[in-house]
Design a protein around this ligand. Structure first.
Ligand SMILES: [Zn+2]
Length: 429
């Protein structure tokens, strides 16, 4: 029996706790005794002591912030690390990105996909990610990327949880054999069914593609995550169809609308009507603030729209919203790093969620809210759950955001899957 004790973990922003882990499972979590929460002093060292006794391993987290494993709720691992190949995205638009990827896709091999995805995952793990929902383009008759990432999902299952979305990048109704490919993907290892209504040729195709994807998800017992209305067109209204299907079938918690950037451009009368349906449906939302501030508003002159969905209003209405990176060095984002800290920081600015309580609770966008989007079981730091957590080099979440704190350690089932030293800094003045 392997027993570990983690002392002085700062959990939920205020509780200083001691956690006992037995064979990789949290067996107790109690308030730390006789310890005062250390105050943060920039420049001061707060050494983590790694002790060891014969039977029990003891780790002192030194009052640092501990989060459950970070959740990346929207990324494209199949396209990661292809930026500039065959050429850069000159317009900075979603649609040019799709054209470039369509050419790159012709040269996919399993080895190519796995090698690039692995590089991206190493980046993500470096930033504390342990759970990843990756969309995978299935508008490819061979389903090369889906098969390759399904292998990787199995190979990495003790390190990260990988969830794969069958994502019809070039459409369901508007791509040759689109329906058959999506169905084939549903039976070839996909965990989640996707759709892309704003890319379909017509409004009617948008609606029928959503209906088809929805019935497929139901038939195969899969989750659903739609690239929904990722366009600056205020008339793009796939979301109302998706939410209505989810509401009528009573499966909202299994359904996610990603992007919904058109909501940024909806008139307030329509949005108010829609919000009632969204609340009733119980569906989840993923916003990708970094990529959408880059891709949206590209056809505007001035003023230029930010093109990020209404995160503040959805959150205030009690609707689940998580944040995703979307793209890591590919035709849609030349600078993605895999760091959800960066995404959250930008997300708070661009959605104007800068009140103290909004900043202090914003870790939820990339932890608990993401876990809900992914329908994860046994998530969070409570007894009975696997000991999956990360230690940040900061004594508050706000400090981690503001001072770009590194992830010092990432534990998966009590096993350290990543560690880094505190950076050594010297000021010569
Ligand atoms: Zn995406």
């Amino acid at each position: 029996m392997k027993k570990q004790i983690f002392k002085n973990m700062l959990i939920d922003g205020e509780r200083l706790c001691e956690m006992t882990v037995t064979d990789g499972v949290i067996t107790s979590l109690k308030p730390a005794e006789g310890e005062n929460r250390p105050s943060f002093a920039p420049g001061a060292e707060n050494e983590a002591a790694h002790g060891d006794s014969s039977a029990v391993q003891v780790y002192d987290c030194g009052g640092r912030v501990v989060l459950p494993g970070i959740v990346e709720s929207h990324v494209h691992l199949d396209t990661a690390m292809t930026e500039g190949d065959p050429h850069p995205n000159r317009s900075g638009t979603l649609f040019e990105g799709i054209e470039i990827w369509s050419k790159r896709k012709e040269r996919l091999t399993a080895g190519d996909v796995k090698e690039r995805a692995m590089r991206a995952i190493r980046q993500q793990v470096r930033f504390g990610v342990q759970y990843i929902r990756s969309h995978v383009d299935i508008t490819d008759p061979q389903l090369t990327a889906l098969r390759a990432l399904a292998e990787l999902r199995e190979e990495l299952k003790d390190t990260v949880t990988l969830q794969l979305v069958a994502f019809p990048q070039e459409g369901i109704e508007s791509f040759p054999d689109g329906r058959e490919l999506l169905k084939k993907a549903a039976g070839s290892g996909a965990d989640v069914i996707g759709a892309i209504p704003h890319y379909e040729f017509t409004r009617e195709y948008a609606v029928s593609s959503l209906n088809y994807a929805f019935s497929l998800a139901q038939d195969y017992g899969l989750l659903m995550d739609v690239h929904c209305d990722e366009i600056d067109d205020g008339a793009s209204r796939g979301l109302e169809t998706l939410a209505t299907r989810a509401y009528e079938a009573g499966v909202g918690e299994k359904v996610t609308a990603s992007h919904t950037t058109a909501m940024h451009s909806y008139n307030n009368a329509y949005f108010t009507r829609l919000l009632r349906l969204l609340r009733m449906s119980g569906i989840n939302f993923v916003s990708n603030p970094m990529v959408n501030t880059h891709l949206q508003g590209r056809l505007d002159t001035y003023p230029k729209r930010r093109g990020v969905t209404r995160v503040k209003e959805l959150t205030e209405a009690g609707i689940n919203v998580s944040f995703g990176q979307d793209d890591i060095v590919d035709p849609w984002n030349p600078l993605g790093t895999g760091s959800l800290r960066d995404v959250t920081l930008l997300g708070l600015y661009v959605t104007q969620m800068m009140a103290a309580e909004q900043i202090d609770s914003s870790y939820r966008f990339i932890t608990y809210n993401g876990a809900r989007t992914l329908n994860l079981q046994n998530y969070g730091l409570v007894p009975g759950n696997p000991a999956n957590f990360v230690v940040l080099g900061a004594s508050s979440w706000r400090e981690a955001l503001a001072f770009h704190a590194p992830v010092l350690a990432s534990y998966r089932g009590g096993r350290c899957i990543y560690e880094a030293d505190e950076p050594q800094r010297r000021w010569h003045f």
